[in-house]
Every structure is written in structure tokens, then in C-alpha cells.
Write a protein that binds this ligand. Structure first.
Ligand code: NDP
Length: 322
């Protein structure tokens, strides 16, 4: 039986990855900054809370990282922890950098120090590319446009450097946006879906949004965590873009959400310039060609499928709560 250690198991991806690895027969261990205090609501929603082993670990704290790795002898480590909001990163740039980049460095150092043959996955991000004119590939340069993207770019290069310098099996998945009902409510996609459902149920009048012209590639989170696992099963460690390969304006995402509920979005959405970010990547699009060719991974659900699932789930949740 293989053992997987997931840092950030309480998040969206941590929960789906746990479920996937359990289905593959793995022993799954996960960390949270406060395992005693966390309710692990996502693990509960997926009905796997009692099937995983949970520990407290702070990725800022080298000793705590070293301890949880050496005590559990994992075959695979997935680092999915850290401040994950681009918007919040403008308000908390230091916390963002430390929780992503210093954390990643602590993990790489711990693996190097322990000299164990573990395989390491780092959660990279499409935001590193900044504005993309054409669908980018893995070798295209990073031009990060937020503190979050800068921190993710640093972590990406740390992984590449440790792989080369110390021969570690370490890779970064450069994942494009992926959504699910488990995504935290602060994200704009969740804000849109929740507001539209509330409007349909007569609980809200309008939705305020910033720049709806930005273009992103939205996929389905449960599919994306499978790609993470595939990366660690390869003979050699490499970095991969994981995306659907199709991008849409945020405006189109909004329109799709409201049309699932038979509503015209233009009657309810208002522009609020307070919601604009200091700098923004206008279009982030990428090619998942390498993932298809090498990993055999391809996204099945596209933006409209994802929207339908998100709306159905949130609508049911809100109507049940009353
Ligand atoms: P979530 O925000 O759902 O989960 C991240 C987890 O990290 C949280 O559950 C939390 O665990 C921990 N965490 C949150 N803030 C901090 C902090 N300031 N310091 C340390 N730990 C923190 O993220 P996702 O599951 O959506 O994403 C997983 C990883 O993939 C993240 O690194 C994210 O940046 C990256 N990513 C996500 C994409 C997406 O579309 N979802 C796209 C590209 C990359 P706890 O409170 O238990 O400690």
C-alpha cells in the first residue's frame, strides 16, 4: 500500500485528491495548520473524513514539516496548501509569499535533508504566465501580475532548481482555474453562482462585479486532481500545464450561470470599480497538449458543464437551508 501525504488536505483540491487516492488504495495522510480546530468540512462533504489521518503542520515551520514527513515515510507528497486567492494576495503579499514560496522551500529542504526517495508535487498556477496572447505551453516565459503569481513563479523555479541540482523527483502542475462546489466562497466564480441562485430564490437583488472582460479557462476540479497523480507516476519528473484548452470571458461565465436559472444577467449585474485589482492578467489561456500526449490526461468537462454542476449544487444547498 502506498502512502500519500497531502499538505492542505482541507481545501478543495486536497479533499478531491484524497478521495481519488483512497479509491486507488492509498493510505492518505493530510495536514492542516490546526488539525484539532478544523472541521474539515470538505472531507466531510465527500464522506471521507474518517478514512484519512490528519496532523497539524505549519509549512512556515521547518521542524513541523520535517517531523510529519519523517514520521510517516510517504511515497508521494502533494503540496496543495497556501494562500490561494489572487485578490487577497494584494492585501496580504507577505503572507501569500511565505505560505507559497517559503513553504515550498521548506518542503524541498526537508526532502533533501531526509534523503528519502519521495515524489513531490507542487501546486503551480497559470497566473504565473500573466497576460497570454496565444495559448501558452510549458516553455513559455512567466510574466506574473499579482503577488500570488510572483509567489507561485518563485515556487515553480525552486522546484525546477532542486530537481536539477539535487536530482529530486519533484514537479509542478501548472493548473488553470478549476472549480467545484468545494471552492471557498471568496472566489468570484462562487460569488457569481451564489448570487444568481439567491436572486432566483428571491433572496438577493443584484450582483456587483469588477472587470468582467477578463478571460480564463475553467475546468472541473475532480478531474484536475487526477492529473496531479499522473504526474507523479511518470518515469521522469516534469512540469505540465493542466487546462481544458478553451477560454471564456468572465462575462460569458456570468451569462451561463444566470441562463441555467432562466435569468438575464444584464438585469442584475452592476459594475463596481472598487472591485478592480491593482493589476490584472486579462487573458490566461494555455495548451494542455503535453498533458494529453504524456499523461494521457484530457479535461472532459468544459466551462458550460462546470457552470451547470455548480449552479445545481448551490441552488439545492440554498433551497434546502431555507
Ligand atoms: P484552497 O484555498 O481550497 O485550499 C488551500 C489550503 O491551504 C486551505 O484549505 C488551508 O488549509 C491552507 N491555507 C490557506 N491559506 C493559507 C495560508 N495563508 N497559509 C498556509 N496555509 C493556508 O485551495 P485549492 O484547493 O483550490 O488549491 C490548492 C492549491 O492549488 C493552492 O496552492 C492553489 O493556490 C493552487 N491552485 C488552485 C487553482 C484553482 O483553480 N483551484 C488553480 C491553480 C493553482 P488549512 O486551513 O487546513 O491549513
Amino acid at each position: 500500500m502506498k502512502t500519500a501525504l497531502i499538505f492542505g488536505i482541507s481545501g478543495q483540491d486536497g479533499a478531491y485528491l484524497s478521495k481519488f487516492l483512497l479509491s486507488k488504495g492509498y493510505r492518505v495522510i493530510g495536514t492542516s495548520r490546526d488539525a484539532e480546530g478544523s472541521s474539515f468540512i470538505n472531507l466531510q462533504k465527500l464522506d471521507i473524513h474518517d478514512k484519512v489521518e490528519l496532523f497539524s503542520a505549519s509549512l512556515h515551520d521547518f521542524r513541523s514539516v520535517l517531523q510529519v514527513i519523517s514520521n510517516n515515510a510517504p511515497d508521494e507528497i502533494y503540496n496543495l496548501a497556501g494562500q490561494s486567492s489572487v485578490g487577497l494576495s494584494f492585501e496580504q503579499p507577505v503572507e501569500t509569499f511565505e505560505s507559497i514560496s517559503i513553504a515550498n522551500l521548506n518542503l524541498l529542504e526537508a526532502i533533501r535533508f531526509l534523503e528519502i526517495p519521495v515524489r513531490y508535487y507542487n501546486a503551480g498556477s497559470s497566473e504565473c504566465f500573466g497576460n497570454t496572447r496565444k495559448p501558452v505551453v510549458e516553455t513559455d516565459p512567466f510574466v506574473p501580475r499579482s503577488p500570488y503569481a510572483v509567489a507561485k513563479a518563485a515556487a515553480y523555479w525552486q522546484v525546477a532548481n532542486y530537481r536539477e541540482a539535487y536530482n529530486l523527483f519533484a514537479c509542478s502542475g501548472i493548473l488553470f482555474n478549476h472549480e467545484s462546489p468545494l471552492r471557498p466562497k471568496r472566489f468570484v466564480t462562487q460569488k457569481i453562482v451564489t448570487a444568481a441562485c439567491n436572486i432566483a430564490l428571491g433572496k438577493q437583488d443584484r450582483l456587483d462585479l469588477g472587470n468582467i472582460e477578463v478571460e480564463r479557462d475553467w475546468g472541473w476540479a475532480p478531474e484536475y486532481v487526477e492529473a496531479m497523480w499522473h504526474m507523479l507516476q511518470q518515469e521522469l519528473p516534469e512540469d505540465f500545464i493542466i487546462a481544458t484548452g478553451t477560454y471564456h470571458k468572465l462575462k460569458d461565465f456570468v451569462s451561463a450561470v444566470f441562463s441555467v436559472l432562466d435569468l438575464d444577467w444584464q438585469e442584475y449585474v452592476q459594475y463596481d470599480n472598487k472591485l478592480l485589482r491593482p493589476s490584472e492578467a486579462n487573458r490566461v489561456s494555455g495548451s494542455p497538449k503535453k498533458a494529453k500526449e504524456v499523461l494521457g490526461w484530457k479535461a472532459k468537462l468544459q466551462m458550460h458543464d462546470v457552470v451547470k454542476k455548480l449552479v445545481e449544487s448551490r441552488y439545492q444547498e440554498i433551497s434546502t437551508k431555507g
